[in-house]
Design a protein around this ligand. Structure first.
Ligand SMILES: [Cu+2]
Length: 341
C-alpha cells in the first residue's frame, strides 16, 4: 500500500466538529475490558488531549492530541490520555488504518513514543471472545499499517461508538511539546458498491483473558486456545508481541494444520522492531470450520536479566470472513452490552 497522504488543511475545516473528550475513571485506570493494552496500572491523566476528525469524502483522518512528551519518561510516569470516543460519522465500510505521529507543525515524531493505541467498537462484541468489545485496530511503536484488502471492509453504522485507548511514553532524549497521533481511515460509503465484510480476529495466548502476562527471565513459551464458532476464512494474519519476542504461531489444532509462523524482528538488545504479515487471500483464504480449536503459541527470550511484570503479549491478529455474514453481523447491539467493571 502507498503511504498515506495527509490533508492537514482539512483539520482547520474540522476544527470544532466532532471534538469530544470522555472523562476517564481517574483513580482506577486499569483497562476494564482487559484487552490489548496493559492493565492493572495507575496513571495520571493527561489534560487537554482531544479527538478531531477530518473527512474528505473518501478518508477520515482522526487526530489525537496534543500530547506533551518529556524526554526519558516511562509509560508509568507519563500522564496518559483519557479514553476518547469516536462517533463514526458515516454508514459504510472502513477499509484500512494508517497511523502516524506528528508534531504541531506536521513534522515527524518517532513511532517509539507510541506505547499502544487500540480502537474498540462498543456496539459489537468480539466474535471469538464475546466478553470483549470488538477490537478493530491496534498499533504500537512499530506503527503497524493496516493495509486495504481490495473488495473487503469493516462494516460500520453512523453513530457507532469507537473507544480509543492511547498510551504514550518517551524513551528518547528529545522532548516533544505537542505530539499528535493521526490515523487515516479510507472508507466506502454504504450507498456505493457493497464490499464483503471482514471481522478482526484476535487470537491470543491468554485466550479471552487479559492479554498481558509476566515475562520470565530467559527463553519461555506460552500457549492458549480459542474456538471458532463460525465457518469462514482468514484472509491474512499479523502478530503482536513485545520486546524480547522470538515468534508467535497459529495452528488449527482440530485440523492439525499450521496456519502461520510469524518470526519477530528484534534489535541486538531484544527491542522489537517489527512483526511480519502473512496474506492468504490470493489463495482464497485459510479455511476455518465452526468448532475448530485454534492454538496460539508465543516464544520469547527475555535477556533483560529480570522478570518483566505484564511484559509480554502473544497475539495473532487476522481478518476473518464468515461463510454466513449475517450470523456475525447480527452480533451488533445498540449500546455497549459489555459490563464495565
Ligand atoms: Cu501489547
Amino acid at each position: 500500500m502507498g503511504k498515506t497522504r495527509y490533508l492537514l488543511a482539512a483539520f482547520a475545516l474540522a476544527a470544532g466538529a466532532a471534538v469530544q473528550e470522555k472523562p476517564h475513571d481517574k483513580d482506577h485506570m486499569q483497562h476494564p475490558h482487559d484487552g490489548f493494552m496493559q492493565g492493572h496500572m495507575h496513571h495520571a491523566t493527561a489534560k487537554g488531549v482531544l479527538l478531531a476528525q477530518a473527512d474528505d469524502g473518501q478518508r477520515i483522518t482522526l487526530r489525537i492530541g496534543p500530547m506533551k512528551l518529556p524526554a526519558h519518561t516511562s509509560h508509568m510516569k507519563m500522564p496518559q490520555p483519557a479514553d476518547l470516543m469516536w462517533k463514526v460519522p458515516i454508514s459504510g465500510w472502513l477499509l484500512a488504518y494508517h497511523p502516524k505521529l506528528v508534531d504541531a507543525n506536521g513534522g515527524a515524531v518517532p513511532g517509539i513514543v507510541l506505547h499502544h493505541v487500540a480502537f474498540w467498537n462498543e456496539n459489537r462484541p468480539d466474535f471469538l471472545c464475546p466478553n470483549k468489545e470488538e477490537h478493530i485496530f491496534g498499533a504500537g511503536s512499530e506503527l503497524t499499517d493496516w493495509a486495504e484488502i481490495p473488495g473487503f471492509g469493516y462494516r460500520v453504522e453512523q453513530g457507532d461508538r469507537i473507544r480509543i485507548e492511547t498510551m504514550v511514553h518517551n524513551p528518547t532524549a528529545s522532548s516533544y511539546d505537542a505530539a499528535y497521533l493521526e490515523v487515516a481511515i479510507p472508507y466506502r460509503d454504504a450507498s456505493s458498491t457493497p464490499l464483503k465484510s471482514v471481522y478482526p480476529a484476535w487470537m491470543d495466548v491468554t485466550a479471552c483473558g487479559h492479554s498481558g502476562y509476566d515475562l520470565p527471565i530467559g527463553p519461555s513459551e506460552k500457549s492458549g486456545n480459542v474456538t471458532v464458532k463460525y465457518d469462514g476464512v482468514l484472509l491474512g494474519v499479523g502478530g503482536h508481541m513485545h520486546d524480547y519476542a522470538k515468534q508467535v504461531t497459529l495452528e488449527d489444532a482440530t485440523q492439525k494444520a499450521n496456519v502461520a509462523t510469524l518470526d519477530a524482528k528484534t534489535d541486538g538488545k531484544g527491542q522489537l522492531i517489527s512483526m511480519p504479515i502473512k496474506m492468504f487471500f490470493e489463495q482464497g483464504g485459510c479455511k476455518l470450520a465452526a468448532g475448530d480449536q485454534l492454538k496460539i503459541t508465543a516464544a520469547y527470550d527475555n535477556t533483560s536479566g529480570t522478570m518483566l511484570p505484564d511484559g509480554a503479549m502473544g497475539i495473532v491478529v487476522g481478518y476473518f470472513v464468515p461463510a454466513d455474514d449475517a450470523a456475525v453481523a447480527n452480533l451488533r447491539h445498540k449500546t455497549s452490552a459489555i459490563a464495565k467493571n
